[in-house]
Design a protein around this ligand. Structure first.
Ligand code: MLT
Length: 245
């Protein structure tokens, strides 16, 4: 099943949640951890982020955005290209964003919470499928962050790709899985526009906002498929995202 926005999420107990905010929070988290960050702690508000940073006595990188731009006094904004190996390796990152970090919190009732984006689509789908086939979490819920409570084309297209990977892999093992109406629609959407993804996503409101702010390189980076093969996992006990090998 697919949830179109983080505000629409229902109880996810017993399910695997894959949280998606393609532009750009989950692409940032995936990149930061792939580049060696020790952990990413999602913080709901700027104040929460500052309080957490104090707990770590400042030995952290503060990252995030409001209105898509860097928060004054923070070390990093919300551009995945900023989260380079030389900067983040071995570091704790505290991240607060307008939609993505809220979507992670909204998914806390799930049995497993994974972070997904185009960059790691196959890896995250395979990890969720493995658990489903083991009977551990037979239902996969894809939670799209959306944009300020609204449906977004970028997250939905990515959800469609992940649904497609899941369907193709399950069909190899057993009969086709049951899809919710929205999962079916997102898959169809992705399959229709896969050869021209950027042109399709260019109609998204958040795409236009980022383009206007000069973040086209971020968009091109975030629309790459399967360039990262790791899966960030949100630990509900420690409230942090890590790569679990
Ligand atoms: C968010 O979490 O709202 C987004 O990642 C915003 C952004 O692109 O900076």
């Amino acid at each position: 099943e697919v949830y179109p926005t983080c505000d629409s999420v229902k109880n996810l107990s017993g399910k695997t949640a894959i949280v998606i905010d393609v532009l750009r929070a989950t692409s940032v988290i995936t990149t930061a951890l792939f580049n060696g960050a020790k952990r990413v702690i999602p913080a709901p508000s700027v104040d929460d982020a500052l309080i957490l940073a104090r707990k770590f006595e400042g030995h952290v990188l503060l990252g995030g955005e409001r209105g898509a731009v860097k928060i004054p006094g923070f070390d990093l904004g919300n551009s995945p290209l900023e989260y380079k190996k030389e900067l983040v390796s071995g570091k704790t990152v505290i991240l607060t964003t307008s939609n993505g970090t809220r979507a992670i919190k909204a998914s806390e009732s799930a049995e497993h919470v994974f972070i997904g984006c185009f960059l790691n689509a196959s890896a995250v789908a395979e990890k969720a499928l493995k658990l489903a086939l083991l009977g551990e979490a037979p239902c996969v819920s894809i939670v799209c962050a959306g944009t300020l409570g609204e449906f977004s084309l970028d997250d939905s297209a990515c959800a469609g790709l992940i649904v497609d990977i899941l369907v193709r892999n399950i069909e190899r093992e057993k009969e086709p899985p049951e899809l919710s109406d929205l999962a079916f629609a997102c898959r169809d959407l992705y399959l229709k526009y896969q050869s021209n993804l950027k042109a399709f996503i260019s109609h998204a409101a958040h795409y236009k906002r980022l383009l206007g702010l000069g973040f086209e390189k971020d968009i091109d980076y975030c629309l790459q498929i399967d360039v990262i093969d790791c899966v960030p996992v949100y630990d509900k006990k420690t409230l942090e995202v890590k790569i679990v090998l």
